[in-house]
Design a protein around this ligand. Structure first.
Ligand code: AHG
Ligand code: MN
Ligand code: MN
Length: 333
């Protein structure tokens, strides 16, 4: 029975500096997760479901629990001496906090908001970088725009049938389950590897007609492969990236959120959805791209920039790339 804090303490050397900063930042994220889990599970009893009546920088209506989760993480992280600043899906601009802090944190406080009121799992996504601006000065945008491969840690919380926290620091993906009786996250999924065979495929079918023809051909190819096998891939899509990703991580599955003719850049945000999930995917033995290049190599230009996102086992991701670069696999023709 290993707690999250003990697990991190035993691996201090994995997080540069071994100053205990990472464990303190992850402890705050874990505390936020415990509190959000508590609020979520009784939201319909305490009248905090539904919309707040505001629209955020994404142009989306803000759910009361989006607002609650955002404020919770802002409070927890801004009082952490190791954090120099944060960027949130719910905040238009980055927020400089402790100028003596050495790290910056990006987060999607509540992912899958459309599912909050209907009992479908939602999540939190986080990504941690070491700042590049001088300590003692306010953090700058450059601290947040270092690119996916500069991440020091990344992970998610899934508020599902149980509350799970999965993260990586570049040495594998490790998963923990909240034990409410103890208020502790306990190690339950050490060194997670994504099965190489895809058993699920996840995408929003209502946009298929707006995809590029090459991707439509990939889906046709997937359907015809399904008809030719005794183990067809099943469509599973709940509309929460964290929930769809977590199922595919454990069981093997492909997640697609491409751009469309109307929105070529797609919907999902590169810095606090794409990069963390892409790193977790690679660390678990899968591949993550924007369709044609590794997502972690897609250069960041702004905090809320969007990206097409493909996550899954290497063979399916390679097949998508082949279609998109017109190197269609011969056996498909
Ligand atoms: P968020 O609630 O943080 O805005 O994220 C929602 C995202 C992501 O969780 C999910 O994969 C995607 O939106 C679903 O989008 P569609 O409803 O367009 O399928
Ligand atoms: Mn999200
Ligand atoms: Mn969100």
């Amino acid at each position: 029975m290993v707690t999250l804090e003990q697990f991190i303490a035993d691996r201090q050397q994995e997080f540069e500096g071994a100053t205990g900063a990472f464990s303190k930042i992850l402890r705050d994220i874990g505390l936020g997760a415990k509190l959000i889990s508590f609020y979520l599970r009784r939201a319909s009893l305490s009248g905090i479901l539904g919309e707040l009546g505001l629209t955020n920088i994404q142009g989306e209506t803000v759910q009361k629990l989006d607002h609650l989760a955002n404020n919770l993480f802002l409070r927890l992280l801004s009082q952490n001496p190791h954090v120099a600043g944060v960027a949130s899906e719910e905040e238009e601009h980055l927020i400089a906090t402790n100028s003596q802090g050495k790290y910056v944190v990006l987060f999607d406080p509540l992912d899958g908001s459309s599912n909050i009121d209907v009992g479908v799992p939602v999540g939190t996504i986080f990504s941690i970088y070491k700042r590049v601006s001088p300590i003692g000065t306010p953090c700058t945008e450059a601290d947040f725009l270092q690119g996916g491969r500069a991440q020091l840690a990344a992970g998610y919380v899934l508020y599902g049938t149980s509350t799970l926290l999965f993260y990586t620091t570049g040495r594998g993906v490790h998963g923990f389950t909240l034990e409410p009786a103890a208020g502790e996250f306990l190690l339950t999924y050490p060194q997670v590897q994504m099965p190489p065979r895809s058993t699920y495929y996840s995408f929003n079918d209502n946009q298929l007609h707006e995809w590029v023809p090459a991707l439509q051909r990939y889906v046709q190819d997937l359907h015809s492969r399904n008809q030719a096998t005794s183990k067809p891939q099943s469509l599973r899509y709940v509309g929460s990236l964290v929930a769809d990703f977590h199922r595919n991580l454990l069981k093997g599955g492909i997640f697609l959120y491409p751009g469309t003719t109307k929105k070529p850049e797609g919907k999902l945000r590169l810095l606090y959805e794409g990069y963390p999930m892409a790193w977790l995917t690679e660390q678990a033995g899968g591949k993550a791209t924007n369709g044609v290049k590794p997502l972690l190599d897609v250069p960041p230009t702004s905090i809320h920039q969007r990206t097409p996102l493909f996550l899954g086992p290497a063979d399916e991701i390679d097949r998508i790339t082949a279609f998109l670069t017109e190197n269609v696999p011969v056996e498909t023709l």
